[in-house]
Design a protein around this ligand. Structure first.
Ligand code: G3P
Length: 217
């Protein structure tokens, strides 16, 4: 499963990317607003910081304007993936981008029916929002399994990019449900490394090793 960071914080991105475990980045208009920086500048910097796919979202709502904005975003760097909302216009733009060979991430997906349309439109990625469905009282993770079943039945190439991730458990469950990728907030990504028994066990190993008085080097 590919692990992406859901962030526009380049310093945090570089810190976590140094682990070699970050496969790409996703952004959205809210994250761009939080950065307080010009969008094209921060997307260019992110594309420099990681080799993998970097999702940059259009702000337009009509398919023609999405095409104009998406082509500009795609021109920022070869690893830009154009992110469009899962709307009628977004899927019309997705189909045209597919014809042009531009990679797309269809976002704000909340149903398997929507995900079916995204795959038929030729989306590279579809982003089902798990956390927001949970927030809405639904079982967000069920959607990943439903999409997986549909995509496997009809052999769609679109990759399932589990999004709106709120915890390490979401990452595990998304992997178990067959997501191809997960996009993870930095604080959740950092939590993936941790388990209290690992810390406790390491403390004991170090204490027992110290008693040997030995040195490996
Ligand atoms: O960036 C896409 C998605 O991961 C954002 O989800 O619910 O944390 O805003 P959310």
């Amino acid at each position: 499963m590919q692990l992406f960071l859901d962030t526009t914080d380049v310093a945090v991105l570089k810190d976590l990317a140094a682990t070699g475990l970050v496969d790409g980045v996703t952004t959205n208009p809210t994250l761009i607003a939080k950065s307080g920086r010009p969008m094209l500048e921060v997307i260019a910097e992110i594309c420099e910081a990681v080799e993998g796919p970097v999702s940059a979202e259009v702000a337009a709502t009509t398919w023609q304007a999405m095409l104009d904005e998406g082509r500009k975003l795609a021109g920022v760097a070869p690893n830009v993936v154009v992110k469009v909302p899962l709307t009628r216009d977004g899927l019309m733009a997705t189909a045209q981008f597919a014809r042009e060979g531009v990679q797309t991430n269809v976002t704000l997906c909340f149903s398997a029916a929507q995900a079916l349309l995204a795959a038929k439109a030729g989306a590279t990625y579809v982003s089902p929002f798990i956390g927001r469905l949970d927030d809405h009282g639904a079982q967000g993770m069920d959607l990943i399994g439903e999409i997986r079943a549909i995509y496997d039945t009809y052999d769609f190439d679109t990759e399932i990019l589990a999004a709106s991730i709120r915890s390490p458990a979401h990452v595990t469950q998304a992997a178990l449900s067959g997501a191809d990728c997960a996009t993870i907030p930095p604080e959740v990504f950092a939590a993936l490394f941790k388990h209290p028994l690992t810390e406790k066990g390491l403390e004991q190993f170090m204490s027992d090793w110290a008693k040997t008085g030995q040195s490996i080097l």
